[in-house]
Write a protein that binds this ligand. Sequence first.
Ligand code: ME8
Length: 645
Amino acid sequence: MTTYITTPIYYVNAEPHLGHAYTTIVADTYSRFRRLQGEKVRFQTGTDEHGDKIAEAAAREGVTPKEYVDRISGLFRDTWPLLGVVPDNFIRTTDENHMATVQKILQQVYDQGDIYFDEYSGLYCKGCERFLTEKELVDGKCPDHQTEPAEITEQNYFFRMSRYQQQLIDHIQANPEFITPERYRNEVLSFLSEPLEDLCISRPTSRLTWGIPLPFDDSFVTYVWFDALINYLTGLDYPDGAEFENYWGVAEHLIAKDILKPHAIYWPTMILSLGLPLYKKLHVHGYWNVDETKMSKSIGNVVRPAELVAEYGVDCLRYFTLREMSFGLDASFSADAIVARKNSDLANDLGNLYSRSTAMLVKYTGGVVPGPGASQSDDTVLEEMAGSVVARYQEAMGDFQFHRALQAIWELISLANKYIVTNEPWALAKDPEQESRLHTVLYNLAEVLRLLTLLLQPVMPETCTKMATGLGLEADSPLVNSLKIGGGWGVLPAGTELQEIDSLFPRVEQKKVKQPVRKESGKKKKQETKAEIIEGVITFAQFQAVELRVAEIVGAEPVKKSDRLLKLTVKAPEERVIVAGIAEYYRPEEIVGMLVLIVANLEPVRLMGVESQGMVLAAKMEEDGKSRLVLSTVSGPVAPGSRVA
Ligand code: ME8
């Protein structure tokens, strides 16, 4: 089996941010997972360097477009190693061979009559670098860029996209996996249910010179998408390269929903016009938001990945992004969320399991993995869980359900931590008659650690190299590097000698954290100083500082212009307003009269113009890839305002 996975090629009109980092980390993780399965993989990323936006950004800096694109493309290329991302190919649309192939393709499509000359008027969004239809606008503006598109009339060349509409619909209907998750497939089919307009593929050189000249009319350059999408072919040395032969049939593209239409409609129709087989899959993810708004360079609320790596470590960033976002849905970035994941999942659950288990192996068997004795029911349960986790992990990773794969792994971690508590190796070690039992327990713990090293490798490669070393294994040993060999149970040889390593996730002190700030707000958000929290543990005094109370909801109404927020009036016992993000899960009328739990001593904040004096507690769950919130309440009648202790 072979895999070809691509990210979008990123515009070089600004520096890389967390959104770009996420897509590229996903592609890297997926490549590593496929390699664990023994596949040959090609992973491509790169930069998109032509078009109005780039020319304007260069002019603002007072440099030539070429100088400008060299600099920013370099920033993208240099960011990937910091994130543990190792692409096989980094393509630039200013590469000579790319430009030559784009021209060859344009000529072929023109010669076969799929490109024609015409006049066109339309609403052009510079942010998207394409014409938008009236239907796509919200309040007359592009919903992604919050700008009004410009009305442009000009003569241009057009690609006969409409000619391939039916063929594309048939393909999507016959191949349910072609575009996933399903919501995006449905979105594309709904768009295709109306007649497609042909695609404008040129700009006159009077308006833009920073592009690839049309081979059949040099007073025009090619439209940005026609140039950019072809990177997926030129990166394989289309049409004659061996890589094209090896990889085109298995191409999987990874994008966020902002560029669904170019990838699900323009690109397949272009491929059909070229007479090539369509790509295999399009994987579409949601947005990273900050304060409900898409993280984007045009809004200015970006989080820089290099800063996050410096603050939290590369594997923490990789783990956080993959665990926090349900692939396909939006996710919110906050410094608190990343610290919570690091302290609880990494330091507490995984880090503690590793350090406790290896410390006991050192103490009781001199750091040598003992041979196991007869199994008891506890051991069988652990082994069965390991088998089920490996199966669920493989399925979830293959389906881009990274958060589910990680949830499954954490079930094994949690069971192994309980296994230590119930089997009490420290008690077994005191009784010489229990030596065989002690060895079984320690062997099983070492085996769990080895399996975790294997399964987590695509997500946290640096940590797993360390874990492998600690277990006395080479990082490229098939025991931690091949699902075929290492995916089973009981494969770690007895007699393996552990090595000393530093702590996996050094203590995290939650200190002043910088939240990204939106440019338009003008002033920086106040930085909070938080109590020190070490490895997810708080003191009783810290817990007592949180004032939890029972509150009665006496009024509820939607917050204007928000789909998520409800404005609640509660009695606790005095009346106060709390804004809660529960509108997707509760209608106002069904919660009036309910007794809920609130945090009563939070500093007030304004949310969508309404001051919120506290927070309502709710349980968060995931069902079928969707999040669900269920309000916490009390089991009997309680006076509003009662303190919860
Ligand atoms: O569109 N959340 O480049 P681009 C999640 N050059 N992902 C995000 C994101 C966010 N807030 N912001 C950006 C282009 N991304 C074209 C592509 S491909 C032939 C040409 C990621 O720099 C996500 O992958 O605007 C998104 O699709 C991509 O960056 C857009 O990058």
